[in-house]
Design a protein. Structure first.
Lengths: 194, 203
C-alpha cells in the first residue's frame, strides 16, 4: 500500500510542477502578445534579431538544452514506469522464529481470511491478498456483503478477530489491512453444501 | 453472531484520541484517486517531447541533423510571426489552460472512491464503496412509513436525502427520515459523519 501511495504523491507533485511550467510559459506568451510589457514588445517577432544573434554567439546553449532534455526524458521515463507499480501480492512469507525459518504460503493465509470473513451470513463474497514484503506484509480485502449487512458487526469482527488471527498465522506484530466493502441488493444467500 | 455484535463500538475500551485521528487521516488519504490516467498521459508526452529535442540537438551537435522536426520551417515561422498575432495568442492560451488543468489535477485532492469508515485502528483501513454507502442511506430512509422512494446524494461532505411520499401532507416525515438516516449513519460509522439534509417531495 505504501508504494501505491508513493505513486499518488509523485503524480500530484509531477502534475503540479508541469502545470506550473506550462501555465507560466503560456501566461508569459499571452501577456506579451496582449501588450502587458508594452505595445512595442507585443509587436516584436518571436525569433527576432536579438534571439538569432544570441543563439549564433553562444554555441554552448545547445549542450545545455541537450542536458536538460536528457534529464527530463529520464525523469519522464521513471514517472511513466512508476504508474504500473502495485503492491503486488507476495507468494511466500518467510518468518524467522526461534525454531528456525517457517514458511507460510501467503495464498493459504489469504484463503483462510476469505473463508473466515464469508462465514458471516451477510458476507456474499470476499477476495483477500497478502501484499508487501515478507518482513512487512500487509493485507488487502475486498468484501461484497448483503445490503442489510450489519456493517458495525463486520467491522468489529475484522478488527477484533479476523485480522489478529491472520497476524498470528503470519507471525508479525503489525499487519496493515485495507478493506473495501461493497453492498449488493438484498438477495437470499444460497449455500452449496460440500 | 451475538458475541461479535455485543462488543460493538461502545463497551470496548476506546483507544486514545490521537490514534483515532491518525486512523481517520490514513483512511481519508487511502481512497483518494491516484491520478494514474493524467499522470500517464503527461509523462508520455513529456518523454516524447524531451526525446525528440534530445535527438535533434545531439544529432545537430555531431553534425548529422536528424530533422525529425521540421525546425527550419519552424524557425522561419518564428522569425516572421509577431507575439500579438492571433495564432500565437490562441496557442499561448491553450498552453496556459492545459497548465491550469494539470495544476488543478495536482492540487485538488479528488473525490475518494470509497467512504472511509471509522475503525479506531490506524492499521485497519476500511472503506465502503460510495454508491453502496448512499444506497444504504436510501434504504434507511425508505423504511420510514409513508416514504415510497428515497435518493441520497453526497456532495461536499454533506448528504442530501430526497424522499418521495404519496401522503397529502408529508410535513412530519422530514424529521422521521432524518432520524432514520442518522441511525443508519451511526451504525455505518463513517470516519467523518456528514451532516444530513432532508427534502420531502409529494408525488
Amino acid at each position: 500500500m505504501a508504494k501505491e501511495r508513493a505513486t499518488a504523491r509523485g503524480n500530484r507533485l509531477g502534475l503540479t510542477l508541469l502545470g506550473l511550467v506550462l501555465l507560466a510559459g503560456g501566461g508569459y506568451a499571452l501577456a506579451r502578445g496582449l501588450g502587458a510589457f508594452g505595445a512595442l514588445r507585443a509587436m516584436e517577432r518571436i525569433a527576432g534579431p536579438r534571439e538569432i544573434v544570441f543563439f549564433a554567439r553562444s554555441p554552448w546553449i545547445w549542450w545545455v538544452i541537450a542536458a536538460v532534455a536528457l534529464i527530463l526524458a529520464l525523469l519522464a521515463l521513471r514517472w511513466l514506469l512508476v504508474q504500473a507499480r502495485r503492491d503486488a501480492p507476495t507468494g511466500l512469507r518467510l518468518a524467522e522464529g526461534p525454531g528456525g525459518v517457517t514458511e507460510v504460503e501467503s495464498s493459504g493465509v489469504a484463503n483462510a481470511l476469505e473463508s473466515d470473513v464469508t462465514e458471516h451470513p451477510a458476507v456474499l463474497r470476499a477476495r483477500a491478498a497478502v501484499t508487501g514484503t515478507g518482513a512487512e506484509p500487509g493485507v488487502r480485502l475486498r468484501m461484497v456483503a448483503d445490503e442489510e449487512a450489519p456493517v458495525d458487526e463486520l467491522r468489529h469482527h475484522l478488527g477484533a478477530r479476523a485480522i489478529p488471527r491472520m497476524r498470528e498465522s503470519l507471525e508479525v506484530e503489525h499487519l496493515p489491512a485495507e478493506v473495501r466493502l461493497r453492498l449488493e441488493p438484498h438477495r437470499r444467500k444460497t449455500r452449496t453444501l460440500r | 453472531m451475538t458475541a461479535i455484535g455485543a462488543g460493538g463500538q461502545g463497551a470496548a475500551a476506546h483507544p486514545p484520541a490521537r490514534t483515532v485521528r491518525r486512523a481517520r487521516r490514513a483512511a481519508m488519504r487511502r481512497f483518494r484517486p491516484r491520478r494514474i490516467v493524467p499522470a500517464t498521459i503527461a509523462a508520455a508526452v513529456l518523454l516524447a517531447v524531451s526525446l525528440l529535442v534530445l535527438i535533434e540537438v545531439v544529432s545537430g551537435l555531431v553534425g548529422r541533423p536528424a530533422r525529425i522536426i521540421p525546425y527550419d520551417a519552424m524557425l522561419r515561422w518564428a522569425a516572421t510571426t509577431r507575439w500579438n498575432e492571433a495564432a500565437v495568442l490562441t496557442g499561448a492560451a491553450i498552453v496556459a489552460l492545459v497548465g491550469l488543468l494539470l495544476l488543478l489535477l495536482g492540487l485538488v485532492p479528488g473525490r475518494p472512491s470509497h467512504v472511509p469508515l471509522r475503525t479506531e485502528d490506524p492499521e485497519l483501513i476500511m472503506g465502503m464503496q460510495r454508491r453502496s454507502f448512499a444506497r444504504a442511506l436510501e434504504r434507511a430512509a425508505e423504511t420510514v412509513p409513508g416514504v415510497t422512494r428515497a435518493r441520497a446524494r453526497m456532495r461536499g461532505g454533506r448528504v442530501l436525502i430526497t424522499a418521495s411520499s404519496a401522503m397529502h401532507d408529508p410535513g412530519g416525515l422530514e424529521q422521521s427520515v432524518r432520524e432514520a438516516v442518522y441511525g443508519k449513519l451511526r451504525s455505518l460509522a463513517p470516519a467523518v459523519e456528514p451532516p444530513v439534509d432532508v427534502k420531502v417531495r409529494r408525488k
